[in-house]
Structures are given as C-alpha cells and as structure tokens.
Ligand binder design. Structure first.
Ligand code: PMV
Length: 334
C-alpha cells in the first residue's frame, strides 16, 4: 500500500475565472489571479490499495458516492495513467471551513488530492505539472498549488494552462475578512456555471477587458498599491456577477446581506478606510484590507444584519505534504 497526506489552502480570486475555452480540460476563457487563504485547509490522505475493487471517498467523515466520487476518480485515473499504476485508492478529505458557500473548497480539495495522489503513486511532479493536474479536477485548484499571490495563465492547451506564484505570502500582508452570510450549499455549482457564461450577452465584453484587468491586478500586487487593487478587484467581481445574472438561466448568488456588506464597504472607504470587496460563486463577501486595519473591519462586519460569522486569513503558502499526520492542524466537521 502506498499512502500520502497533503494539505492545501483555498484561494480567493482577485481576477475571476468564469467560463471555459475547453470545458473538459478546464482551459479557461481568460487568465485569473488569486491569493491563497492561510489557516483554512483541506487535508487529504490517498492510499492506493491492491485489495480495493473501486475508488472510495470519505468527505468530512462521510462516505461519499455519486458525482463527487466520479470527479475524484477521474483525477485518480489520470494519476494512474501517468504512473502506470492499476490499483484503486481510498481518499479521505477534511476541510476546516464551510463547503459550498463561496469559499472555494473544490480548489483546496483538488490541490491537496493532486499532491497526495501523485506522491502516493510514486510520482514527483514539479509545480506546474501539479498545477495542471489540479486544474483538471477544478479549474481554480491550479491556483492553490503555488504559494501566495498566484496567476493562472489561461494558455490554450493542457501543457500551457497552469498557475505560478507572482509574489510570496509575506510580500504584502493583506487580510481577507470573510463575511459568512449563509453556510448553505449553493444551488448551482461553478462547474455548471462555467457552461452558462457564454449564454450572457455580457461575457464577450467581460473577456475583451480581461487581459487589461489581469495586468492592472498584477501591477497592484507587485507595487502594493491598494487603491489600484480596489478598483480592479471590485470591477472584475461586478463584471463576473453581471455575466452570472444575465446568463440563461440567470444565476443570482447574492442575498440581501451580501449587498448590505458591499454597501458598507463602499461607505467605510469613503470615510477613509482602505477596504474592498469581492464575491465568488456564493453569497459570502470577502472583504480585503491591509492587515493594520483588520480590527476596524472585524469590529464592524458583525454589526451588519445577516452576517453570521467572520473568518480571517492572511496570504497562504503552497500545497504541501505532511511528513507526519501528527503535525496536521485540527479539523472539525463543519
Ligand atoms: O474552479 P471552479 O470551477 O470552482 O470555479 C471557480 C469560480 C470562481 O470561484 C467564481 C472564480 C474563481 O476564479 O475562483
């Protein structure tokens, strides 16, 4: 039996991935940029076991079958092909944060799965190979393999579409204060959402400006320019949600509390607090600020009606193997 354990953090996209050029391989319609979220983790153990008759998946302690097992099995199949291995695997994965609510649990889950499965299969893939493998499970997972602030170059093939670090975690101490307004599973997941992007008349306009926004976001990070980051991050978020809202069928991820947090952030900024918002495919709002302003944001957010809970995260590191399970962080079933 060959076994390995890996942990990986989710990431928050500053410039979003929404829509595929190749839906099977998850080659995106445009490039994206994100920040890994330290302290939030998926921890995944993969064991290739000659006695198994099929792959098995346990998620947060529950045996899981159906579509989630198929997605995991597809990635394991890729690993088996690369490694020339025939054994099935058991996979046990735990998250220490709520799943399916706009904190990209699929990103950290598939990044950790890629590292643990390839290691257990005896492969030692380099960072871009791992990122490409993770991308085939969930597009945004390719950004959870490298450390810190990560760009996913769209590319036009499996070989050219992967994430790489543009700045390490300690380059800029930003904080993501995540305002949880709902922990329910979202009705339409991002896999289905990507297939709807082209049905919006706004997607073409969104894609036309994507390279420019990518460049401005990269510049904002490299120059630690929070005003520029605010401008480009909020515009990119609003463009993606405009596409979502105008696709057929329309996707409305916002709840009343989502909008209340967005308004509050804009008001605080007008009063001089450097702060901006971004939202993935869910109702929760990621409120970003330079770390010296964290307490001002975390004191105010819970006072907004509908905000249930706040999670905070500094920029996080790369996906990594755990030498000893004992050093693993504590995981609770959310
Ligand atoms: O990787 P997916 O298929 O879960 O898509 C992620 C989509 C967004 O979170 C909305 C945007 C992004 O770039 O992370």
């Amino acid at each position: 039996m060959y076994t390995a354990i890996a942990i990986s953090s989710p990431n928050i996209a500053f410039i979003k991935y929404w829509g595929d050029r190749d839906p099977l391989l998850h080659i995106p319609a445009s490039g994206s940029i994100s920040m890994n979220l330290d302290g939030l983790y998926s921890r995944t153990q993969v064991t290739f076991d000659p006695s198994l008759a099929a792959d098995q998946l346990t998620l947060n302690g529950h045996t899981t079958t159906g579509a989630q097992l198929v997605r995991v099995s597809n990635l394991l199949e890729r690993v088996r092909q690369i490694a020339g291995l025939r054994q099935y695997a058991s996979v046990a994965s735990n998250n220490n944060f709520p799943m399916g609510a706009g904190i990209a649990s699929s990103a950290s889950a598939f990044a950790a799965l890629s590292l643990a499965a390839s290691t257990a299969a005896g492969l030692s893939l380099n960072e871009s190979e791992l990122s490409r493998l993770a991308r085939t499970g969930s597009g945004s997972a390719c950004r959870s393999i490298p450390a810190g602030f990560v760009e996913w170059q769209a590319g036009d093939s499996d070989a050219s579409s992967y994430g790489f670090s543009i700045a390490p975690p300690d380059y800029w101490d930003l904080i993501d204060c995540i305002a949880i307004v709902s922990q329910m599973h979202k009705p339409t997941g991002s896999s289905e959402g990507h297939t709807l992007a082209d049905s919006s008349p706004l997607q073409a306009a969104r894609l036309e400006g994507a390279a420019r926004r990518l460049e401005l976001c990269r510049k904002a990070i490299l120059e630690r320019d929070f005003a520029l980051l605010t401008e480009v991050v909020e515009q990119d978020c609003n463009l993606m949600h405009a596409v979502m809202m105008t696709s057929a069928p329309p996707l409305l991820y916002w709840q009343p509390a989502t909008l209340a947090v967005m308004h509050a952030v804009v008001d605080w900024r007008q009063d001089g607090l450097p702060v901006c918002y971004t939202i993935d495919a869910g109702p929760n709002v990621h409120v970003l600020c330079p770390s010296q302003h964290t307490s001002q944001v975390t004191d105010r957010l819970p006072k907004i009606p509908g905000v249930e809970r706040i999670l905070t995260a500094h920029p996080g590191g790369a996906a990594r193997l755990l030498e000893s399970p004992i050093s693993a962080p504590q995981f609770t079933d959310p």
